[in-house]
Design a protein around this ligand. Structure first.
Ligand SMILES: [Zn+2]
Length: 376
């Protein structure tokens, strides 16, 4: 169940050991680009084709364009794997692709080459497509296809070199600053701040275009800008949090504030004896002393009142095998990432396979607050 299809995403295959994930928004954009190309761009550029040809060339163009984006990401991932970084996945979504490298860069030179690999692939692709367009000049359909791909890859390559984090150019820029001043955090802060400035500039350009009546283009550019700005800003925030959480493991924020309930407890009993008395939000379901599942208030709320007497907690719990857990020795920063990825507010903590507590956002925040106050 959790293997190939989760949260509007499809996992398909692996490249250099890196899983490929396609978000549904990616397919929406694939369709949207085909529609724009076939319905507007190609008919303006190349008049007098049969309608079907606009769709065939439009469809082929957007497929090859998305294949180009994928190759760009594979470029990043390939070099990252060469340097032995963990790459969680290559994710393709509404704004293109992301190679999720789960470690911070170890050396400025490595960061430089990992970041540069994507745009290098894209520029090579631009060259190849321009070459193919030149070779197929006599066939207007092939020429239209390859010429557009040459142009779009060139634009993509240049766009990616904008020196603001999280764009590749921002990472390259950070690597250079880091290499010179030897201060990774300072370099990140500078690159992310420049990234935010570019984000705002894109939003402003988008708004101006919309005011000039170019709704689709303007909205798109504004969205890209907003995405850049928020990604850059969250990088700055994450660094602040990482700084405060550095050196801490899950154990330091471990909360014992969970309840235990036998699996044959009915919802009515559970509410009366546990929920109303203990004020816990998180319960572990036991069967003969063994932990078998988790129960949150959220699960209980889904059961209609007339079924409270007849439903047991076992029927509505999440079996432990389907629940993400974190090890007590895991760095807190990584655990926080897991929590964000799972989209949950608590994760059970295990030690030697046994549940020993729960990590909640509240316990994390209280640790952060202590850290913050003690550093003031
Ligand atoms: Zn890239």
């Amino acid at each position: 169940m959790n293997s190939s299809f989760t949260k509007n995403q499809i996992r398909m295959g692996k490249v250099f050991d890196v899983p490929l994930t396609f978000d549904f928004s990616w397919f929406v954009i694939l369709f949207f680009l085909t529609w724009i190309l076939a319905g507007s761009y190609f008919p303006k550029q190349y008049k007098g084709w049969d309608a079907a040809w606009y769709w065939i060339v439009g469809g082929a163009t957007s497929l090859l364009f998305f294949f180009s984006v994928l190759l760009h990401e594979i470029g990043h991932s390939y070099v990252a794997r060469k340097y032995n970084y963990n790459v969680r996945q290559i994710k393709l979504f509404i704004f293109g692709g992301i190679s999720e490298i789960t470690q911070e860069p170890k050396k400025a030179s490595e960061e430089f080459f990992i970041a540069a690999a994507g745009p290098i692939v894209t520029f090579i692709l631009a060259g190849i497509f321009y070459g193919l367009a030149y070779l197929t000049k006599s066939n207007i359909y092939l020429f239209a296809l390859f010429h557009y791909l040459g142009v779009i890859n060139l634009i993509l390559g240049i766009f990616n070199l904008i020196p603001g984090f999280p764009l590749d150019g921002g990472r390259i820029f950070r690597a250079i600053v880091w290499g010179i001043n030897k201060d990774f955090k300072r370099a990140t802060h500078i690159a992310a701040s420049i990234g935010r400035v570019f984000g705002f500039i894109f939003v402003a350009i988008g708004v101006l275009e919309m005011m000039a009546g170019l709704w689709v283009d303007g909205l798109w550019i504004a969205f890209v800008g907003w995405f850049l700005e928020s990604a850059a800003f969250s990088q700055i925030q994450r660094q602040e949090i990482t700084k405060l959480l550095a050196g801490h493991t899950v154990e330091d924020a471990l909360s014992k504030a969970y309840g235990l309930v036998p699996d044959d407890t009915t919802i009515a009993e559970f509410i009366e004896n546990e929920l109303l008395i203990r004020h816990r939000r998180f319960f572990i379901v036991e069967h003969k002393g063994e932990n078998i599942g988790l129960l949150t208030i959220h699960d209980v709320q889904k059961v209609p009142k007339h079924l409270w007497e007849t439903t047991t907690v076992k029927e509505i719990m999440k079996p432990l095998s389907e629940v993400k857990t974190v090890d007590v020795n895991m760095p807190l920063v990584d655990a926080l990432k897991e929590m964000d990825e799972e989209g949950v507010n608590q994760l059970p903590v295990v030690e030697d396979g046994e549940i020993v507590g729960v990590l909640t956002r509240e316990s994390l925040i209280s640790l952060l607050t202590q850290q913050f106050l003690s550093k003031k």
